[in-house]
Design a protein around this ligand. Sequence first.
Ligand code: SF4
Ligand code: SF4
Length: 178
Amino acid sequence: MTVKELLRDAWGIAKDIATGGFSLLNGHHVTMTNFWRPRVTEWYPREKRVPPPGFRGGFAQLWDAERDRPNCIACQLCARACPDNCIYIEGDDAKGKNKRPVVFDLDMAVCMFCGLCVEACPHNALTMTSEYEFSTADKGSLIVTLEQMIETGKRLGLTEVQRPPQVPAEAQATEEQA
Ligand code: SF4
Ligand code: SF4
């Protein structure tokens, strides 16, 4: 090996060491800078975020305590409004507002949480809740029944359908102008 080749190799090694050292320092600089910054992530599931009002989570049915029955009158409007066809309802033989649902199944594995069913409900009966922990390996368990939804509504103490807060008129006008 000639002196020239030796010098070239030594230069290459020195360059690699310098580049590696710079990358190492740079990486540590980024780590240490961010180490002292306030955390922007959440430590789920130890910390659980409280969803905003009107969050479209799991479903509940509201209960009419005075009449001791669900608010739902099995009118089928929610099922017809559902683009995913994931609501199945059977009512009893009563007519009009006296009708009660006998079966009300909602398949959350198919649902896209658009909220159209809630919007379509004229009877303050079907609502979405702030609950969101439904992950499972068993898709079948994502079909929620009338009883389960009533139980959820009672457990959460819901008496009104949960809707997103209204946008103030001024903000709406500004948005329309933009
Ligand atoms: S949220 Fe949308 S997709 Fe889900 S059941 Fe209601 S209408 Fe159907
Ligand atoms: S939840 Fe509302 S829209 Fe659906 S069947 Fe009951 S009353 Fe009708």
